[in-house]
Design a protein around this ligand. Structure first.
Ligand code: GLC
Length: 512
């Protein structure tokens, strides 16, 4: 078994399923068409009924919203659009009352350009906080180095006032903090303590792999060009910084947890961010966001994760989030595939992260040009959650900040709750099965030989065993199995196990 600290007992987050809330789009209660914290509080019962263990809430801090909250101007207050600090306290308490843990999003790599720290930093070359950000002279009328920003253009903006350039790996409104400065480290640790003191159970750490930087800020190798914009910033200094962050989090009781966004392509590189169990507790594994829908590609992915993470680094699984097209959309909108994907997500070895609305089988909204607002082109997956079938879908306005996703009425929470064959009930059944089975929530995984078009794996913890079969084929397939098995969950709908998989069907089997 992979341990973490005490080998004899497993921390809560290893058996947990985490549900991501994108607060702008969850539910509005104030009538401005943007979701808020009270909206989340009012629908926690939906999440408790669904059966997840924890929520991660995307940023709700004070922000000018250039990057919809990922540009923070005050880490220790709630933006009025989302509510108040008291609402945040109420939300944490209300979630805990229902047995749900709460992770908040912490954005350490950059602040907003309106953060008082940056306002001071840019005010003069002698400002107290000048060195809290990266200010450099340019080269021959151009920026100080050849780095590119994730959202396009150079990663540098020239500031007239002091005649120097500042670094921003994202938007110009998101200047990078200089974690080489001990005062920045101390101030950002204080932010962690602020939320830990308020009772949060942990943090999702935004672009955790970017915070360490070589102060010489050397050019990227020309070959990387503008393609791999952030790959070069996988700097060894980050690991030291993550150890400091881990010490703060671990100094609190109750197994507080960190899960970091480590946006690197190689699992072996991601492995390094777990450290010797003294850096991130978990790192996101984003490979499933781009894997092909074939048995061979998924087998390869699972084996890569198992091999490269090895013991000591607990895996994570993600199909959708607020930064990328929803998996149902990526899978061509096909409901059968989306259902089979849900089985994969919730039966692989590791902690699954769900994205709001995937339990309804939502697809990306088709956002007309004139309504697009995100600098990164990610509006479609951020469409509002429909709660009821009728117009307005339970929101106080008919037309929220982004358009509704397709078939919003039929795929609303209320409609799906009343339909035992819905995506919602499939997720619920899988979550119940997972919770009742140590094999599924914590056990070993073994990928098994299987006929073409099918992925088969066994999960095992002691005497508890499950067999999972996933068909990637568009036709029915026979699966000869040696032992007597009975179906716990079938993605194509309840039916006894007869040794045949429907097209794109996944099944969880237990010994008869
Ligand atoms: C992360 C967030 C994304 C944001 C970026 C900059 O990738 O998930 O939404 O735009 O960081 O903070």
């Amino acid at each position: 078994m992979n341990g973490d600290g005490d080998e004899t007992r497993s921390p809560w987050w290893r058996g947990a399923v985490v549900y991501q809330i994108y607060p702008r789009s969850f539910l509005d209660t104030s009538g401005d068409g943007v979701g808020d914290l009270r909206g989340i509080i009012s629908r926690l019962d939906h999440l408790a009924r669904l059966g997840v263990d924890a929520i991660w809430i995307s940023p709700f801090y004070r922000s000018p919203m250039a990057d919809f909250g990922y540009d923070v101007s005050d880490y220790c207050d709630v933006d009025p659009i989302f509510g108040t600090l008291e609402d945040a306290d109420r939300l944490i308490a209300a979630a805990h009352d229902r047995g749900l843990r709460v992770l908040v999003d912490w954005v350490p790599n950059h602040t907003s350009d309106r953060h008082p720290w940056f306002v001071d930093s840019r005010s003069s070359r002698d400002a107290v906080r000048r060195d809290w950000y990266f200010w450099r002279d340019g080269r021959e009328d151009g920026p100080p180095n050849n780095w590119w920003a994730v959202f396009g253009g150079p990663a540098w903006t020239y500031d007239d006032r002091t005649g120097q350039w500042y670094l921003h790996l994202f938007l110009p409104q998101q200047p990078d903090l200089n974690w080489g400065n001990p005062e920045v480290v101390a101030s950002m640790h204080d932010v962690l303590r602020f939320w830990l003191d308020r009772g949060v159970d942990g943090f999702r750490i935004d672009v955790a792999h970017l915070i360490g930087k070589d102060p010489a800020l050397p050019d990227q190798p020309a070959a990387l060009g503008q393609l791999d914009r952030v790959g070069i910033h996988n700097d060894p200094r980050t690991h030291l910084l993550l150890r400091g962050i881990r010490r703060v989090v671990d100094s609190y009781p109750g197994e507080r947890v960190t899960v970091g966004e480590v946006n690197l392509h190689e699992t072996s590189a991601i492995r390094a961010y777990y450290g010797q169990r003294d850096e991130l507790h978990m790192a996101f594994n984003f490979l499933p966001l781009s894997v092909e829908w074939t048995a061979a590609a998924w087998r390869d992915l699972i084996e890569t994760v198992e091999r490269e993470l090895g013991p000591g680094a607990w895996p994570t699984w993600v199909l959708s989030n607020h930064d990328t097209r929803r998996h149902r959309t990526r899978l061509g909108g096909d409901e059968r595939r989306a259902r089979a994907a849900a089985v994969l997500l919730l039966t692989l070895r590791g902690t699954p992260f769900m994205y709001q609305g995937e339990e309804l089988g939502l697809e990306d909204a088709d956002v007309p040009e004139e309504r697009r607002v995100d600098p990164g082109g990610r509006d479609g997956c951020r469409a509002p959650i429909p709660w009821t079938p009728e117009r307005g879908h339970g929101w106080p306005v008919e037309d929220p900040w982004l358009p509704w996703p397709p078939e919003a009425g039929r795929r609303s929470v209320e409609a799906e709750r009343d339909d035992p064959g819905s995506m919602f009930h499939l997720y619920r059944a899988l979550l119940i099965e997972r919770r009742s089975s140590p094999a599924l929530s914590q056990g070993e995984i073994r990928v098994e030989p299987s006929p073409g078009g099918i992925l088969a794996y066994e999960r095992r913890a002691g005497d508890d065993v499950r067999q999972v079969l996933v068909s990637f084929a568009d036709r029915e397939l026979d699966v000869p199995l040696e032992h007597g098995w009975t179906a716990s969950v079938r993605s194509a709908g309840e039916a006894p196990w007869d040794g045949r998989l429907q097209p794109n069907e996944a099944v969880v089997l237990r010994p008869r």
